[in-house]
Design a protein around this ligand. Structure first.
Ligand SMILES: C[S@@+](CC[C@H](N)C(=O)[O-])C[C@H]1O[C@@H](n2cnc3c(N)ncnc32)[C@H](O)[C@@H]1O
Ligand code: SF4
Ligand code: SF4
Length: 320
């Protein structure tokens, strides 16, 4: 078994307070896994074929020295690395600029994904801090990087605060103006990742709002495979994809524990011993399957069995 994609949390603390959807901000600012430990893990055989690494946190740019160390080690350890994707809350424009200067020439493709939740006041409410202006500066830094292999993306999480197509459309326009991609998903529960399993903040988005979002997807995102899958999921509760969590892709938490995906409570290895459970025959027993987030759906479609490519095509045709 060799993994093709991982999502790796370099830390699990941050400087926003997105209480409505994520409780990571409550964690103490402690580095739980040193850069050299992550590098040692990535040198193992089961990571040899990794093509994509999505760096996340917490907020990765809060500790630049640690982040740089992890990225340097990753580049050194992974011979097939073709895409580094990094999530940020956009509050460190200068650090993001320096990061691009440092690493754009060292990886084939680098994407900076910046969280933007809607218009200024809605964004600030959802993020629990007044970060809108800094986010706009970070977008500006990325769009003006002048590097051909650096792309920008905006990421929106839909909660009761911003579940309105006017908010999504605002972010869509900011993305379009800057030549960025835009992706969005419904807020979900994950004890392993967002630590929001017991918050009680699970009010449902009203069905009318969901219908409006579905119409918005059909109007503006009809060529987006993730949104095609999200449409299916919101309509039927299923994506129709065969899940290969733990074999094609995995989630590495900041403490070095390895999980099949961000939703799973099943530990399949760790930073010292690598992946120890290579064949999982009972996915769904310790995971709230099915799910629909980009970090699971894209690897399933890109690296899963060929029937998943077929499903992807059918979902796009249904959406069009
Ligand atoms: C956990 S954050 C880590 C990176 C960075 N701190 C940020 O906010 O972009 C990664 C992504 O997860 C999203 N997210 C947070 N809580 C979520 C939830 N409950 N369900 C789905 N996505 C969520 C964020 O909006 C962000 O785009
Ligand atoms: S979504 Fe990102 S910025 Fe917000 S609390 Fe979670 S980790 Fe922090
Ligand atoms: S929650 Fe289930 S369907 Fe979703 S990625 Fe994890 S194992 Fe796969």
């Amino acid at each position: 078994m060799t993994l093709k994609q991982i999502t790796l949390a370099v830390n699990d603390y941050c400087n926003n307070k997105c209480d409505v959807m994520c409780q990571i901000y409550k964690n103490a600012p402690i580095v739980k896994t040193g850069a050299s430990e992550f590098t040692g893990m990535l040198r193992r055989q089961e990571f040899r074929d990794l093509q994509e690494v999505a760096i996340t946190g917490g907020e990765p740019f809060m500790n630049v020295e640690h982040l740089n160390g992890v990225i340097e080690g990753m580049i050194e350890a992974l011979p097939n690395l073709s895409w580094v994707f990094i999530n940020t809350n956009g509050t460190y424009p200068e650090r993001v600029g320096k990061f691009i200067e440092k690493f754009a020439g060292k990886v084939p493709k680098l994407t900076i994904s910046i969280s933007l939740e809607g218009t200024p006041e809605v964004h600030n409410k959802q993020r629990g801090v007044r970060s809108f202006e800094l986010v706009m500066s970070t977008i500006d830094v990325v769009s003006k990087s002048g590097r051909k292999n650096v792309t920008g993306s905006l990421s929106t999480t839909i909660t009761l605060y911003n579940a309105d197509v006017s908010e999504l459309d605002y972010v869509r326009c900011v993305a379009e103006k800057n030549g960025f991609a835009h992706t969005f998903r419904m807020a979900s529960k994950s004890g392993t990742y967002y630590h929001n399993e017991n918050t009680g903040k699970d009010e449902q988005i009203p069905p009318k709002k969901v219908e409006e979002i579905l119409a918005f997807i059909a109007q503006h995102y009809s060529e987006d495979p993730f949104q095609a899958m999200q449409t299916r999921y919101l309509r039927t509760g299923q994506t129709g994809l065969k899940c290969t969590a733990g074999s094609d892709f995995a989630f590495v938490q900041a403490d070095g524990k390895i999980y099949p995906c961000i939703f799973s409570t099943r530990v399949i290895g760790g930073k010292a011993e690598g992946v120890t459970t290579s064949v999982i025959t009972d996915l769904g027993k310790q995971e709230p399957c099915p799910c629909c987030t980009e970090c699971a759906v894209y690897p399933m479609m890109n690296y899963g069995p060929s029937e998943n490519r077929q499903q992807r095509q059918e979902a796009l045709i249904q959406l069009r």
